[in-house]
Design a protein around this ligand. Structure first.
Ligand code: TYD
Length: 236
């Protein structure tokens, strides 16, 4: 028997879609994990996903995109791969969860495409907009941009790579000017759409940054009453 809406009111409410953005080494993935842990402790249902790579198909696309010694590609070809990953993630992971009243934390989304393929690689914003509209890409309820000087972020990323004994990623190998364009773009997006974005200073200890994240997201979770059962699970 289906439970009546009066018993499970949260089922009729959509979850919130929150995206995490920032330059390399901004700490966004760590902050996503810390927020997820806090949501689990607070019995607030959520899932975590990432782009590229939130689905099995997306993981194959990610391997092509981020292969350090992969074959050359033009920026437009790269753009279409990011979008292929994104639309798969939206339809397979994000939309079903939101429909179910489960919040979604997404590590990078369309603003990464606007910053990296648009501002840094030079693809026109109008092409990005036409594609986003045609695919009906969902607008996030909230986008957190973890902001810090490019030199600090790249140094962190370099340290992480040497600790993990992994080589530089494709994008980390880009010149300083490239990363500065990405950072400037994110800051501009935040200024242009203040109702959706929150710029979080990220050159601080992780716990301090997390406190800020919790403060700016708190009201969002309160807007959707949690389901009776804990549904927190994490991917990626
Ligand atoms: P990510 O997994 O966030 O790597 P990191 O945690 O090391 O920053 O992102 C992988 C790379 O993909 C990153 O350098 C940014 C790039 N990217 C784009 O260029 N466009 C996009 O649309 C997305 C989602 C990512």
């Amino acid at each position: 028997m289906n439970p009546s809406p009066a018993v499970f009111p949260a089922r009729s409410r959509r979850g919130k879609f929150v995206t995490f953005e920032g330059i390399e080494g901004s700490g966004k993935s760590l902050q996503l994990r810390l927020l997820g842990e806090q949501l689990t402790r607070s019995r607030i249902p959520f899932i975590a996903t990432r782009e590229p790579g939130g689905t099995p198909f997306g993981r194959e696309v990610r391997a092509i995109l981020l292969a350090e010694k992969g074959p050359g590609r033009v920026p437009e070809a790269e753009l279409l791969l990011y979008l292929a990953d994104r639309i798969q993630d939206l339809k397979e992971v994000v939309e079903p969860a939101l429909r179910d009243g489960i919040h979604v934390l997404c590590d990078r989304y369309q603003d990464a495409t606007r910053a990296y393929q648009g501002a840094a690689r030079g693809i026109s914003p109008s092409l990005l907009q036409v594609l986003a509209q045609s695919l009906q890409l969902r607008r996030p309820d909230l986008t957190l941009v973890f902001d810090l000087p490019v030199e600090v972020g790249l140094e962190r990323a370099r340290r992480r790579n040497s600790e993990e004994n992994s080589s530089q990623g494709r994008f980390e190998a880009e010149c300083l000017a490239f990363h500065r364009r990405v950072r400037r773009a994110y800051r501009r997006f935040a200024a242009e759409e203040p109702d959706r974005f929150r710029l979080i200073p990220a050159d601080a200890p992780p716990e301090k940054v997390h406190d800020r994240v919790w403060r700016v997201t708190r009201t969002l979770w309160e807007a959707v009453p949690a389901r009776p059962a804990v549904r927190g699970r994490s991917r990626g």
